[in-house]
Structures are given as C-alpha cells and as structure tokens.
Write a protein that binds this ligand. Structure first.
Ligand SMILES: [Fe+2]
Ligand SMILES: [Fe+2]
Length: 158
C-alpha cells in the first residue's frame, strides 16, 4: 500500500518524465500528441484528487489554509494553460513556448508540494493514517480519469 506522500510523489515522477518527453518532440507529431494526451489526463485527475483527498485535510486547520489555497490557486492557473495548449495547434510555433511556461510553473509546483506542503501535511496526516489517505487519493484519481473527457465536453459547452 502506498502512503499519500508516496502516491503523490510517484505521480510527480511520471509527470516529470512526460514533461521531458514532450519537450523533446516537435510539431504535430504522433509522439507529441500521445505524450501530451497522457500528461493532460494524468495531471488533471492528479490535481483534482489532491484537492479532494489531500488539500481538504489541510484546509481543516487554520494554519494549513493558506498553503492549501496557494496550491489550489496554482492548480487553477495551470489548468488554464493546459486548456489553452489543448485547444492550440500543436504545429504552431507558439505551442512549445507556451508549453515551456507550463513546464516551468508545474516543476515549481511539484517541488513546493514535495518539500513544503508535505511537511505541513504531516502534522495533519500522521503515519497511522497516511496509507488510508493514499488509497482514497488513488481511488479518487481513478474516478477523475473517467471524468476528464466529460468535463472537457462540459467546458466546451459553456
Ligand atoms: Fe498539485
Ligand atoms: Fe501534485
């Protein structure tokens, strides 16, 4: 069983690998398309599961609220760029430039979660609970994976 901290870090490692893979692609190629789709789906469901099963715990503590709000705000900012890139022509010259901005922001976000947020969270989610949190995070992420397409369709209808 994975603790919440290991489950999140494992996802981050996967995301870092996908970021590297995408950065090494060019134009509207099958490689870029495939790696981008994988990244888009995984980051969206990862962030949603973090908010629902991890940041919600931090929010219960007054001292944890600022950190949680800060991260949730960053999720919203990254989500904007994710949608922007998703709607953009991959062959356009601006695509990689925009992607680089996302890569920069997301790397900073992951590092902050692993270093600062985890430290704070350990005061709320102690050792006896962190496997249960990890399981709920993984279950929620699986559900969110199935919702990514639906949410995208709802977003387009708005
Ligand atoms: Fe996050
Ligand atoms: Fe994360």
């Amino acid at each position: 069983m994975a603790s919440i901290y290991d489950a999140i870090t494992k996802d981050h490692e996967h995301h870092r690998d996908l970021l590297d893979r995408i950065a090494a692609t060019s134009g509207d190629s099958p490689e870029r398309r495939e790696a981008w789709q994988a990244f888009y789906r995984d980051v969206k469901s990862h962030s949603a599961a973090e908010e629902e099963e991890f940041y919600s715990a931090l929010m219960q503590e007054t001292w944890g609220q600022d950190a949680a709000r800060h991260s949730v705000h960053e999720h919203a900012q990254m989500d904007k760029i994710l949608e922007e890139l998703n709607d953009m022509d991959m062959a356009a010259s601006g695509w990689l430039t925009r992607f680089k901005a996302l890569e920069h922001d997301y790397e900073h976000h992951m590092e902050e979660e692993e270093k600062e947020v985890f430290e704070r969270a350990k005061k709320v989610v102690g050792e006896e609970e962190n496997d249960a949190y990890g399981q709920r995070f993984l279950d929620r992420k699986k559900k969110e994976m199935g919702l990514v397409e639906k949410k995208k369709a709802d977003h387009l209808e708005d």
